[in-house]
Design a protein around this ligand. Structure first.
Ligand SMILES: NC(=O)c1ccc[n+]([C@@H]2O[C@H](COP(=O)([O-])OP(=O)(O)OC[C@H]3O[C@@H](n4cnc5c(N)ncnc54)[C@H](O)[C@@H]3O)[C@@H](O)[C@H]2O)c1
Length: 413
């Protein structure tokens, strides 16, 4: 392969990927698809501003886009529709990098895994929160063994999206961000812990807070903040919290093992505590700023995370062993997402524990082949679980009209 020919599906968040790809000499952006013309126009502008020499083809129809001559597709379409589009791309011979999230229900998880296994194509999950210089260092420390065996972990994705809600939901009642339950957007908090440790979830118990007035006024009836207590396959437990909360703290991660712990601190610093075996209580404390894995990543969004996703995806397609080890593969992508998918059942059942299967085992898949339970009606069918678990009154049209007005006037974001 001379250069990897890549298409981008979804031109909003997709523009971040386009900017990253333009700087990678081993690939070419050859096609972009978005049904919304003004978004395609913004993509044309990116290509023009960078004097991109490739003649990019622009599509509004996915059916036409997928027929174009490409080796790989980056999915940046609606977050609850990734799995079916990923499967279509894989089965038409294309490698896939998927934005967050992996899937909407367990049926899709099984189908996605089997599409990757049957086609042998690369599937990379763009969980950019795994890849900052501090989180690379946490992964290195854990895998070196100096922290011992994991006992406890915390993953926090703290993001109050209310100030930008008009610009990311456009006043659409059925936008996935308005319909998603509190448990849904879970991989920014869970993903880095699984990526650092290589562990997988075996059980989830989930909790949510009622919708806040400000989120209700913006069009959401879902619980505003979610906490998941997850048991991992070595017996360790982790706390994952995510979404809208008022705080000046950013995302944070913590690992505690039998010999010590480490923590993602503010300002690009890591705090580490390590004991030698048998030296209870007299370990060494250190705080330092680790070196980035790749220096040029530091200029990219999400503390460098946006660089690594596209970089390792392209290198993986070219067969680079290091990159193949560094991407989030389909099994781990499903495992990062599963506590959110199944967490909805936990809350709906009154915070009950729900088993997380090991879908790496073919024998465990059949029980989930027809499990469409989720909060998106067109996917769930008769297994639909409402996102409005607190039974709030229906949101009037006037709320969405006001949000739309703000979006059109560039207010919020
Ligand atoms: N990793 C991160 O840090 C991060 C940050 C922001 C968004 N995201 C992810 O990026 C994805 C896109 O989010 P977004 O913020 O751009 O908003 P979005 O979901 O509103 O935008 C999706 C885009 O895809 C287009 N699209 C959807 N279905 C289509 C179809 N069938 N045919 C043609 N075009 C279609 C829409 O017109 C829209 O422009 C989501 O999955 C989101 O989770 C990730």
């Amino acid at each position: 392969m001379d250069k990897v020919r890549i298409g981008v599906f979804g031109g909003s968040r997709g523009r971040v990927a386009i900017r990253q790809l333009i700087d990678i000499p081993e690939c070419e952006v050859v096609a972009i698809c978005d049904k919304y013309e003004p978004t395609l126009e913004k993509c044309r502008k990116v290509a023009a501003e960078t004097n991109y020499p490739v003649d990019i083809k622009y599509f509004t129809s996915f059916d036409e886009f997928i027929e174009y001559d490409m080796d790989a597709v980056i999915l940046a379409n609606y977050a609850h529709e990734h799995a079916p589009f990923a499967i279509r791309c894989l089965r038409s011979g294309k490698h896939v990098m998927s934005e967050c999230l992996t899937m909407s229900c367990m049926k899709e998880a099984v189908e996605l895994i089997e599409a990757v296994e049957e086609t042998g194509k690369i599937y990379a999950y763009a969980e950019n929160y795994c890849y900052t210089k501090v989180r690379w260092e946490m992964r290195r420390l854990y895998r070196s063994g100096v922290l011992g065996e994991l006992q406890y972990a915390e993953g926090e994705y703290l993001h109050d999206c209310s100030p930008i809600w008009p610009q990311i939901t456009y006043g659409e009642r059925d936008h996935w961000r308005n319909l998603m339950p509190s448990t849904f957007y879970c991989t920014h908090s869970i993903g880095p812990i699984l990526y650092m440790t290589g562990l997988r979830p075996v059980q989830v118990v989930a909790f949510e807070t009622p919708v806040t007035q400000n989120m209700h006024n913006l069009g959401s009836n879902s619980g505003t903040f979610c906490m998941e207590a997850i048991t991992l396959n070595n017996g360790a437990i982790m706390k994952s919290v995510h979404y809208h909360i008022k705080t000046n703290r950013k995302s944070r991660y913590q690992l505690n093992g039998t010999l010590g712990g480490c923590e993602d601190m503010s300002g690009g610093q890591i705090g580490v505590y390590i004991e030698q075996p048998g030296h209870n209580g007299d370990g060494e404390h250190k705080v330092y700023s680790p070196e980035p894995l790749i220096a040029e990543a530091e200029a990219s969004g999400h503390d460098g995370g946006d660089y690594y996703t596209t970089h390792y995806f392209v290198k993986s397609i070219l067969g680079d062993k290091d990159a193949l080890e560094k991407i989030v593969d389909v099994y781990q992508a499903v495992e990062m997402c599963m506590p959110g998918t199944l967490g909805l059942k936990s809350i709906a059942g009154g915070n009950i524990p729900i088993k997380c299967p090991n879908l790496r085992n073919k024998e465990e898949r059949d029980a989930y082949r027809n499990d469409t339970a989720c909060a998106f009606k067109e996917i769930a069918g008769d297994q639909y679980i409402t996102n409005n678990l607190q039974g709030m009154p229906e949101i009037p049209d006037s709320v969405f009209e006001e949000v739309k007005r703000k979006w059109q006037n560039g207010i919020g974001g």
